[in-house]
Design a protein around this ligand. Structure first.
Ligand code: ACO
Length: 399
């Protein structure tokens, strides 16, 4: 029962926009989305072309530095990252401080935050060399921390990074390798993971990226800002949807209900069930990333021997939904998460790691957006206003 326009006048604020649904907080030259048309471009390049021809490393360079690298530039970028993969031994000790069953996301954000304590002499956001070395350190060390968080959660020993391998290969070996065994790199897994990381690499001003920018706007260093972004991504409404899709498919399988009948439940809004992996705040058309994943899901799951029954359920749900008035009228299409969980599972990752994989993919986007913000003369410390609805002035009781 309060009048927003009156509160706005009292405050001298000009807009009340919960969730910033209609507020552009910045200009940006990094990622373009047209949600109605289902278009996504990084630095002008359509996501479909990057998915087909590029690599996660090259896309990272593109996002961070603005243009595709020459072969020499890409080689240098790759080599620098390989040289920075080792974690300080004292940072490795950090992992011992968490409970055995710790979720890998808070372990990741804590360890990334702790990087500030190891590199105190190179944290100045306005020193180009500091920013550059921090960029490389993060790109190199975050996937290693992520793999160690996974090893920690399953109680296995942590391996040292191997500089003869690139970022994606290293991450896979550190996640699945064992000290006494040679880890067999499966090229299908490497290629599929590389693709999924490309598709997650940036998505303009989403919750975690806006968090990175907001924290960075106080001139907090890159590690502190990215650590905050990881915590934002941890929320189930942001990074956790792929886990929810898998749970839904498993539930349908376990209950032995037909996808058609599940759809009826969704449409009747029984128990508030939604078709997980469908719908998006910005895309009111097929999420272009979902299209790409769909095309590869079959190939990858076929080769990796994924759970075919779950894939079948997913396919049938999608087929029914795309032909159903309920979904057509509300412009509900599959989003990026509809198939990713199935692929991650087939690769051997436990569900707790799904959001961590999202974080590895989103890292170059966070770095690129933080750097753009730091170099933008328009940047001001982020400081929204509020409309106060509490008690008016009242006196503290005398006795
Ligand atoms: N299944 C069934 N109905 C749905 C779904 C769904 N997945 N999504 C939206 N609807 C319906 C709503 O019930 C509502 O119907 P109504 O008008 O009859 O009340 C209408 O569509 C609009 O829904 P909103 O919640 O207002 O749409 P919004 O844009 O706010 O939500 C969201 C987007 C949160 C993604 C939503 O579609 C959803 O909950 N999807 C399932 C979860 C999911 O897959 N999330 C991943 C998002 S992608 C990512 O984070 C990378």
């Amino acid at each position: 029962g309060y009048d927003v326009s009156k509160l706005l006048k009292q405050t001298g604020a000009v807009a009340y926009d919960p969730g910033f649904m209609n507020t552009a907080a910045t200009t940006s030259a990094i990622t373009y989305i047209d949600g109605d048309a289902g278009v996504l471009r990084y630095r002008g390049y359509p996501i479909e072309q990057l998915a087909q021809h590029s690599s996660f490393l090259e896309v990272s360079y593109l996002l961070i530095y603005g243009n595709l690298p020459s072969p020499t530039e890409l080689e240098e970028f790759d080599q620098k990252i390989r040289r920075h993969t080792l974690l300080h031994e004292e940072l490795k000790g950090f992992f011992g401080g968490f409970p055995r069953d710790a979720h890998p996301m808070p372990v990741l954000s804590s360890a990334v935050s702790a990087l500030s304590t190891f590199y105190q002499d190179s944290l100045d956001p306005f020193n180009a060399e500091h920013v550059e070395v921090s960029t490389i350190r993060l790109m190199a060390k975050l996937p290693v921390i992520a793999a160690y968080a996974h090893k920690k959660s399953i109680g296995q020993p942590m391996l040292y990074p191997d500089n003869s391998q690139n970022l994606v290969e290293n991450f896979l070996r550190l996640s699945f390798g064992l000290p006494a065994e040679q880890y067999e790199m499966d090229p299908v897994v490497v290629k599929a993971l590389d693709l999924l990381l490309i598709l997650h690499a940036d998505h303009e001003q989403n919750c975690s990226t806006s968090t990175v920018r907001l924290v960075g706007s106080s001139n907090a260093n890159l590690f502190a800002s990215v650590s905050a972004g990881i915590n934002a991504l941890f929320g189930p409404a942001h990074g956790g949807a792929n886990e929810a899709v898998l749970k839904m498919l498993r539930q349908i399988q376990a209950d032995g209900i037909k996808p058609e009948d599940y759809m009826e439940k969704v449409k009747n809004k029984e128990d508030g069930v939604r078709l997980m992996g469908f719908g998006h705040r910005v895309y009111k058309n097929y999420d272009p990333r979902a299209k790409i994943i769909k095309a590869t899901a079959h190939e990858v799951l076929g080769k990796l021997g994924g759970n075919d029954e779950l894939l079948d359920i997913a396919m049938r749900l999608e087929e029914k939904a795309l032909a159903d008035d309920y979904f057509i009228q509300r412009k509900l299409y599959p989003n990026v998460d509809f198939y990713t969980g199935l692929i991650y599972k087939a690769m051997g990752f436990p569900e707790k790691m799904f959001t961590v994989l999202f974080a590895i993919g989103r890292l170059p986007g966070w770095i690129a957006q933080w750097r753009e913000m730091i170099n933008d003369p328009q940047t001001k410390i982020g400081r929204p206003r509020q409309l106060y609805t509490g008690e008016p002035e009242r006196n503290y009781p005398a006795n």
